[in-house]
Design a protein. Structure first.
Length: 276
């Protein structure tokens, strides 16, 4: 390999988790930050001031053309070694339709387009959610969500806005679909000699998380945190540590799996509120 070719780290979505991940894994590499918001990408100046080598690009993850352009930019910068996809919308931020386009279709497009450019030995991680463990799909629906052609995902009847109803339901099912989509994508990434995994955070103290805590579901979320083993909110650094593990060589035998980083919340919910 050309010694002048630098490893490239791509972080898509530069909110609280994305920034923490960028700081954790970007040192000594070319860091490509992507977000739908020009203003959000101003964080690049802060990271440059901290010694990071940073490039930026605006991306709309719901557009294949936009995601493909980002993947091509990353490949043009060097060896695409690590990809962290954190972009998403929460139920208090967006409509059911927007959540499906960003949180569901957006993940599938990133999995597709970065499978083209990820380097041998490289790795990716997708931020899903513990919500994916609390609102499920049938086995048949999971199989379909995992393997349907990306451009047909939004046409699946069980993912139609009218069938889902609320943004909260759309968010939970999109995140469950993310988990199974990553599992299915592991084969394609493996053909490149690369790995792909997901992380399902619990309630994390980011601006998005705080917005949810202040919204209609805030009381329920605080109750789940109170019954968890950790009995606290998660931090962006908790997720960055998990991402660094999954993206690094210590996880070289881990692919196509989901890491639940929720302080024991899902375990507590399942223990105290058993389902039938």
């Amino acid at each position: 390999m050309d010694k002048d070719v630098r490893d490239v780290v791509v972080v898509i979505g530069v909110g609280g988790m994305g920034r923490a991940i960028a700081r954790r894994i970007g040192s000594g590499r070319k860091l490509l930050l992507a977000d739908v918001s020009d203003a959000a990408l101003d964080v690049a100046d802060v990271l440059r001031g901290e010694g990071q080598d940073v490039a930026t690009q605006v991306v709309d993850v719901s557009s294949r053309e936009s995601v493909a352009a980002l993947a091509d930019t990353a490949a043009g910068l060097g060896r695409v070694a690590q990809v962290a996809h954190t972009a998403g919308l929460s139920p208090t931020q967006a409509s059911t339709e927007a959540i499906l386009r960003v949180d569901l279709l957006g993940v599938a497009l990133v999995l597709d387009e970065f499978a083209r450019v990820i380097a041998p030995g490289g790795a990716g991680v997708v931020i899903a959610s513990m919500s994916g463990y609390l609102a499920g799909l049938s086995p048949e629906q999971e199989s379909t969500a995992a393997t349907a052609p990306t451009d047909e995902l939004l046409d699946l009847p069980f993912l139609a806005p009218d069938a889902l109803g609320s943004p909260g339901a759309a968010y939970a099912l999109a995140k469950r679909a993310n988990i199974v989509r990553v599992q299915a994508a592991a084969a394609a990434w493996g053909e490149r000699g690369a790995r792909i995994n997901s992380i399902s955070p619990g309630v994390i103290s980011t601006p998005m998380g705080q917005g949810e805590l202040s919204g209609e579901s805030g009381k329920q979320m605080r109750a789940m945190v109170a019954m968890s083993a950790a009995k606290r909110l998660g931090t962006p650094d908790d997720i960055a540590a998990a991402a660094a593990f999954l993206l690094g060589q210590d996880a070289s035998y881990v692919s196509g799996t989901d890491l639940l980083v929720d302080g024991g919340t899902v375990a507590a919910v399942r223990r105290l509120l058993p389902t039938g």
